[in-house]
Ligand binder design. Structure first.
Ligand code: HEC
Length: 177
């Protein structure tokens, strides 16, 4: 933080908009490319970016065994009404939604026989396990139960650059008659 410390704003994780603004300003004022990484961190992330840790997924597995496996089975294949939580079925439902959507559904409606019984931390842990099981990569930072942060992570198998929406839609070409 020594480098960006003079801006102060970087010390507050909630000040992402400010960070973007300052980063932009700093890009004009600074010679050198290191500041680019600050800007990149501000764009939308996807589940390909390593949004949970292996240790967190391991905790989530324990939560899953206790609270979910009775209906969704140990291998996440589902049973009866309890839908599969892995494989094509999972991606068909969740591709393009955000981790916040998945987190809210689990937190508010699961376990179906005891909805609302999971703590916010247990919920993000179990989500981490679901993501790991669905072959998303682990990373350095844990998934945090922060609604804005979760909303910023798209569930997608695409590389971050491909999944990010274009900043401005290209003007549609005028058909020539
Ligand atoms: C008592 C049985 C039961 C338990 C325990 C249970 N679920 Fe479910 N789950 C269901 C049923 C039934 C559905 C389908 C609900 C529906 O169609 O509205 C479901 C649906 C889901 C879905 C949505 C799947 C989709 O593709 O739409 C997710 C995600 C989920 N459960 C996760 C969990 C997690 C995580 C746990 C443990 C914390 C858990 N469930 C525990 C029965 C259960």
């Amino acid at each position: 933080m020594s480098r960006s410390g003079k801006f102060g704003v970087f010390d507050q994780s909630s000040a992402t908009n400010w960070a973007a603004l300052i980063a932009l300003l700093a890009a004009f004022l600074t010679v050198g490319g290191t500041i680019r990484s600050v800007r990149a961190a501000d764009s939308q992330r996807t589940t390909m970016d390593g949004v949970f840790t292996d240790a967190q997924a391991a905790r989530g597995k324990a939560v899953y065994s206790q609270n979910c496996a009775s209906c969704h089975m140990d291998d996440l294949s589902g049973s009866g009404q309890a839908l599969p939580l892995a494989g094509d079925a999972f991606m068909e439902t969740w591709d393009g939604q955000t981790v916040a959507d998945l987190n809210d559904l689990v937190h508010n409606t699961m376990p179906q026989d005891k909805p609302g019984s999971l703590s916010a931390n247990d919920t993000v842990d179990v989500i981490s396990y679901l993501l790991q099981f669905n072959k998303f990569p682990a990373g350095k930072d844990e998934l945090k139960p922060d609604p804005a942060g979760l909303k910023n992570i798209l569930i997608s198998k695409k590389a971050p650059a491909d999944a990010a929406p274009p900043p401005t839609p290209a003007p549609s070409p005028t058909p020539s008659k």
